[in-house]
Design a binder for this molecule. Structure first.
Ligand SMILES: [Zn+2]
Length: 262
């Protein structure tokens, strides 16, 4: 297992956040074999250059893009001041997800992915594929909200002439109001649970039943984890069997007031 700090968006990249994430994983008992270079320390220019036959410079303004669902309507050039985008090829892209089964996606229904932003910052779409290839990643397990973008990502892998990894998309964990629990949505982090007195065991005990591993210890759960098994729909944390109700009540009070009414 590799640990990679994905901080390509420099606005969010702070060393203290990365240190906190390492501490949280360690506290949960999830250990990694090796840490790969952080995205903020890598050079993606050679990777972008390698994709040149598939890219174009887009000078559309934000307003123009908004009017046409993100599609480029400016005269496309090879070189330019604007953002660099990947030209998705038309037609079907097939791959198999270990949880959701065979997928037949038409990525070109979506806007062409941005690989380098107008301000020169490399985008996640490029960084994540380049990193996976450089790090020798063979297996990706991630949230189901990324499933619909996987076809486009497979096309970027193919443009690099590389073999995509196996994909497993897992349902998102939702709070009592049905929103995904994530930092970007104002959700609380693992460290907040720890500060509130949760034990690591309480956190993973809350999640293991969905994997059919209620009776397992954490080391057993890691070795018995089967990406193909488990639910397809979102997970409501409140429905976790045996989770301490007091802890859940406390969790509900952490929902940001602004979004609680929506
Ligand atoms: Zn454009």
């Amino acid at each position: 297992m590799l640990l990679r700090i994905e901080d390509v968006d420099e606005g969010r990249a702070r060393q203290s956040i990365a240190d906190g994430q390492r501490r949280d994983l360690d506290w949960l008992g999830l250990h990694w074999d090796r840490e790969t270079p952080q995205q903020s320390q890598r050079d993606y220019q050679p990777w972008l250059k390698a994709l040149a036959p598939h890219t174009y410079a887009c000078n559309c303004t934000r307003k123009m893009l908004k009017a046409v669902q993100g599609r480029c309507t400016c005269p496309q050039t090879q070189q330019g001041e604007g953002a660099i985008r990947f030209r998705l090829s038309a037609g079907e892209t097939r791959f198999t997800d270990r949880r959701f089964g065979p997928q037949y996606q038409i990525p070109s229904k979506q806007p062409d992915p941005t690989l380098r932003r107008r301000d020169g910052v490399f985008a996640y779409n490029l960084a994540v594929v380049a990193d996976d290839i450089a790090d020798g990643v063979t297996e990706v397990v991630r949230g189901a909200d990324l499933l619909e973008f996987t076809g486009a990502q497979v096309q970027i892998w193919q443009a690099f002439d590389a073999t995509p990894p196996t994909w497993t998309h897992t349902p998102l964990i939702l709070d009592a109001a049905g929103r995904k629990i994530s930092k970007s949505e104002g959700g609380i982090g693992i460290c907040a649970l720890r500060d509130a007195g949760w034990t690591a065991e309480q956190v993973w005990r809350a999640l293991l039943p969905w994997l059919g591993l209620s009776d397992a210890s954490l080391p057993e759960a890691i070795s018995r984890f089967n990406p193909a098994a488990g639910p397809l729909g979102p997970i409501q944390l409140r429905q976790a069997p045996g989770l301490h109700t007091q802890a859940l009540d406390w969790l509900d009070t952490q929902v940001p007031t602004a979004s609680r009414d929506t």
